[in-house]
Design a protein around this ligand. Structure first.
Ligand SMILES: Nc1nc2c(ncn2[C@@H]2O[C@H](COP(=O)(O)OP(=O)(O)O)[C@@H](O)[C@H]2O)c(=O)[nH]1
Ligand SMILES: [Mg+2]
Length: 391
C-alpha cells in the first residue's frame, strides 16, 4: 500500500486535487482508498468525496496528527484489511503537520510505502497567510517533499515567482511544482511525481529515519500552533409545509395557510437554486461579521446541504477584502427532502474566539432561514454528539 499525504492550509485545494487524483488512479487501474480529516465535528467534504466511488472514511473533530491519532490508526488498519488498496490517500485538515502523520503511520503494523509528502499553497493568498500565521505556515511547508504552488490561474507571473523564491529559501530541498488543481494536466504531473519510486519512499523499517528527519523535536499540537479556532454545526431546517416537528431555537411558525392534510410534497420547500443562494447568503454574512473581529483573517467558512439529487457546497476562503465565494453543485443519488434539510456549517479562521464564531454562525443562519420561512433546530454539539453524521 502506497500512502499519499496531501497537505496544505485551509482552502489550498486539497479536496479538488484529491478528486482528480482518484480519477487518475482509476484510469491507471489502481485500487484507491481515502481518509479525509476535518477539524470541525461536522464533516463537509466527506459527503462530496463519497461520489468519487472509492472506499472512504471521514475522521472529524480534531486533527489526525495530534488529538485523533488513535482514530487514524484504527481507520488505516481497517481500510488496509478490508479493501487492500494499492494507494491510500490521506487528506488531513488544513491545520495539520503532514510529516507527523507519516511518523504516526509508520507505527502501524501495516506494510506501506510513502509517496513524497505534498503540501499545497494557495499562491493568491500566501502573503496574507504569512502575515497572519507565519510560524504555522513555515512549519507546514518545511516538512514538504513537494510544494504544489496551486491556483496559479489566480495570480500573475510576478506574484508566483515571488512566492516561489520565498519558498525556495524556506525549504530549499522541496521540489516545487506550479499547478492549478482545476486542470487535469497539473494533477497528471503531480501523480507521476508521486508514483515515481525514489529516495523519499519509506517503509516501517525506516521508522527511525523518519523520526530523525522530523523537524518537530517534541510533537507539536498543530491546531494550537495555528492560532485557528474552529466551529462547526449541523442544523436541521424545515420548510413551512414540511413534515418535521417544530421545536428548538428557530422561529416558531406553523400557523401558515398550508397547514393540515393533503399538502403536496415539497410545498414551501427549497429548490437547488434557492438553497445555493441561501448558503451563499449565510456564508457572506458570517464572513462580514468575522471580518469585524479580525479584518485580515485567513481560513474558511464552508456550508453544505443536500437538496433532491444535488449536494451543494459553498465556501469562502479568507475575508471580505479578498472575498471569493465558491459554490459547487455535485450530482448524487436523489433523496426525498420532504421539506427537511440538513445544513452543515464549518468555520475555521485565525485569531477569532470559538464562542464568537459560534454566535456569528447561529445569527447568520437564523436570520437567513427565518427570512425564507424555514424553522430550524441545531443538533446538540460537542460531547453530546456521539458520532459524526454524514449526509
Ligand atoms: N481558481 C482556482 N480555484 C481552485 C483551485 N484549486 C482549488 N480551488 C478552489 O478553492 C476552493 C478550496 O478548494 P478545496 O479543494 O476545497 O481546498 P481544501 O480546503 O484544501 O480541501 C474551492 O472552491 C476550489 O474549487 C485552482 O487551482 N484554481
Ligand atoms: Mg478539503
Amino acid at each position: 500500500m502506497k500512502v499519499f499525504i496531501i497537505g496544505g492550509f485551509l482552502g489550498s485545494g486539497k479536496t479538488t486535487t484529491v478528486l482528480k487524483l482518484i480519477k487518475k488512479m482509476a484510469a491507471d487501474n489502481k485500487r484507491a482508498a481515502l481518509i479525509v480529516n476535518e477539524v470541525g465535528e461536522i464533516g463537509i467534504d466527506g459527503s462530496a468525496l463519497e461520489v468519487a466511488g472509492i472506499p472512504s472514511k471521514e475522521i472529524t473533530n480534531g486533527c489526525i496528527c495530534c488529538s485523533l491519532i488513535y482514530s487514524l490508526r484504527v481507520t488505516v488498519s481497517e481500510l488496509a484489511d478490508i479493501y487492500k488498496p494499492d494507494i491510500l490517500i490521506v487528506e488531513p485538515t488544513g491545520l495539520s503537520f503532514p510529516s507527523q502523520i507519516r511518523d504516526e503511520l509508520l507505527r502501524i503494523n501495516v506494510m506501506m510505502s510513502f509517496a513524497p509528502i505534498i503540501t499545497l499553497v494557495d499562491v493568491s493568498r500566501f502573503t496574507s497567510e504569512m502575515n497572519q500565521i507565519p510560524k504555522f505556515v513555515e512549519q507546514q511547508l518545511k516538512e514538504a517533499d513537494i510544494i504544489g504552488i496551486n491556483k496559479t490561474d489566480l495570480a500573475d507571473e510576478e506574484k508566483i515567482q515571488a512566492v516561489e523564491t520565498f519558498l525556495k529559501e524556506m525549504n530549499p530541498d522541496a521540489y516545487q511544482i506550479r499547478m492549478s488543481a482545476r486542470e487535469n494536466e497539473s494533477v497528471d504531473k503531480l501523480y507521476r511525481l508521486m508514483m515515481a519510486e525514489g529516495e523519499t519512499v519509506f517503509n516501517p523499517i525506516d521508522a527511525g529515519g523518519a523520526e530523525a528527519r522530523s523537524i518537530v523535536t517534541e510533537k507539536a499540537n498543530s491546531i494550537e500552533v495555528s492560532n485557528i479556532s474552529a466551529y462547526s454545526g449541523l442544523y436541521h431546517a424545515h420548510a413551512q409545509g414540511g413534515q418535521g416537528k417544530q421545536e428548538g431555537q428557530g422561529r416558531q411558525e406553523g400557523q401558515g395557510s398550508q397547514e393540515g392534510q393533503g399538502r403536496q410534497e415539497g410545498q414551501g420547500g427549497l429548490t437547488v437554486k434557492d438553497a445555493g443562494a441561501l448558503l451563499e447568503q449565510i456564508v457572506t454574512t458570517a464572513g462580514i461579521e468575522i471580518a469585524k473581529l479580525n479584518s485580515s483573517f485567513v481560513g474558511h467558512i464552508k456550508m453544505a446541504v443536500k437538496v433532491d439529487d444535488t449536494l451543494i457546497k459553498v465556501s469562502q476562503t479568507a475575508g471580505p477584502d479578498d472575498r471569493q465565494i465558491e459554490a459547487e453543485y455535485i450530482l448524487q443519488e436523489k433523496i426525498e427532502n420532504n421539506g427537511e434539510y440538513e445544513l452543515r456549517y464549518l468555520s475555521a479562521v485565525t485569531n477569532v474566539k470559538k464562542a464568537a464564531l459560534e454566535e456569528i454562525a447561529n445569527n447568520a443562519i437564523s436570520a437567513a432561514l427565518t427570512a425564507k420561512n424555514l424553522t430550524f433546530k441545531k443538533q446538540a454539539s460537542e460531547g453530546d454528539l456521539k458520532k459524526p453524521i454524514l449526509l
